[in-house]
Design a protein around this ligand. Structure first.
Ligand SMILES: [Mg+2]
Length: 341
């Protein structure tokens, strides 16, 4: 059994502006694990400004893991990577891909007996000015998307309310609109803005403010359901969020949690609490996105997941799973169903 690392850098179609810099490309490491032509693939692709580990940390830790790998004790190597979720996600992903290939079943079927065959996906609309956001939203709906995710919190509350209202008017009542404020508001502002937005038929708002307790405080006062994303980065965080009883949706990022096994643990906790799960990718490579698609399929609901991110990349390590009519078909081949070219 060998564990090999393949670093990559992929240009974005257009630079992504974060709070402190502009990102033109995504750097990551593909991990392959297996022997004699039977190989599983995983992806480590930390997001600058989001992940707590840099690509250099992740690469270093994976190199140490590769050097110390004892095929009989892969569990010990996974434990070594526990503080670096993106690195763990890559190795755990490769191990699960390999297991599913050997079992002759798609990864989603290995993760859940009730996995679905296609995953509804949302389109993401940036925080552009209203005319451009309306045009992006209309194009997405014309392309078959039935769920839109809008970034809010970067503009003034008045601008956000106007933009969301204009998009609702343009796309009609049948399309789901969800919001992501990335923690921009304080609790009182979040409650006030969400109350104004409730008339636009908002399904839920991710991270209206920062921190599990603060988001729960918004959830208990707001007409709009709330979701945790970056405030809940571990199984313990997710358990704490569910324990508040005031959070309606949990965003599960297999890449950020540490791999498909940990993502499914989060899914099971949320299911037990009867809380909706939305699985998302992180503009990772086609391998990372495929892992997120299999976890989303394993959730087994009609909820739209945030895994339609491959179109943001100008190049990729493998043929990305296509989005058709607002859905991604889950590969039926054994394992991940996607391999690097
Ligand atoms: Mg989010």
């Amino acid at each position: 059994m060998t564990l090999e690392l393949r670093p990559y850098e992929l240009r974005l179609v257009s630079p992504m502006v974060t709070s402190y810099r502009s990102i033109a490309s995504r750097r990551g490491v593909l991990v392959s694990f297996g022997s004699h032509g039977s190989i599983g693939w995983g992806d480590a692709c930390p997001m600058e400004g989001w992940s707590r580990s840099s690509i250099d940390d992740v690469s270093r830790r994976l190199a140490v893991a590769a050097a110390q790998l004892d095929p009989e004790r892969v569990g010990a190597v996974l434990e070594m990577l526990e503080g670096v979720p993106e690195a763990r996600a890559a190795l755990a992903g490769a191990i699960h891909d390999l297991s599913a290939r050997r079992a002759g079943v798609p990864l989603s079927a290995l993760l859940s007996a009730t996995a679905v065959e296609r995953v509804r996906v949302n389109a993401s609309i940036g925080a552009a000015a209203t005319p451009r956001a309306v045009s992006e939203a209309s194009q997405a709906v014309a392309a078959g998307f039935t769920a839109l995710k809008l970034k809010v919190g970067a503009a003034s509350p008045d601008d956000d309310v106007a933009r969301v209202g204009a998009i609702r008017q343009a796309v009609g009542d049948e399309v789901e609109i969800r919001l992501d404020a990335n923690g921009a508001w304080d609790v009182d502002t979040a409650v006030a803005v969400l109350d104004r937005l409730a008339d636009s038929g908002v399904a839920f708002c991710e991270e209206p403010t920062a921190g599990i307790d603060a988001i729960a405080a918004v959830g208990s006062r707001s007409a709009v359901p709330v979701a945790v994303d970056e405030s809940a980065r571990s199984i313990d965080d997710i358990a704490q969020a569910l324990g508040t009883g005031a959070i309606d949706v949990v965003v599960v990022k297999p890449q950020a949690l540490g791999g498909p096994d940990l993502a499914m643990r989060a899914v099971d906790l949320a299911r037990a609490a009867e809380v909706t799960v939305v699985v998302t990718s992180m503009i990772d490579s086609a391998i990372g996105v495929a892992h997120a698609v299999h976890v989303a399929a394993a959730v087994g609901t009609e909820v739209a997941h945030g895994v339609a991110t491959s179109s943001l990349l100008a190049e990729d390590v493998a043929q990305a799973l296509p989005v058709e009519d607002g859905h991604i078909l889950v590969p039926t081949l054994p394992g991940l169903g996607v391999s690097p070219v």
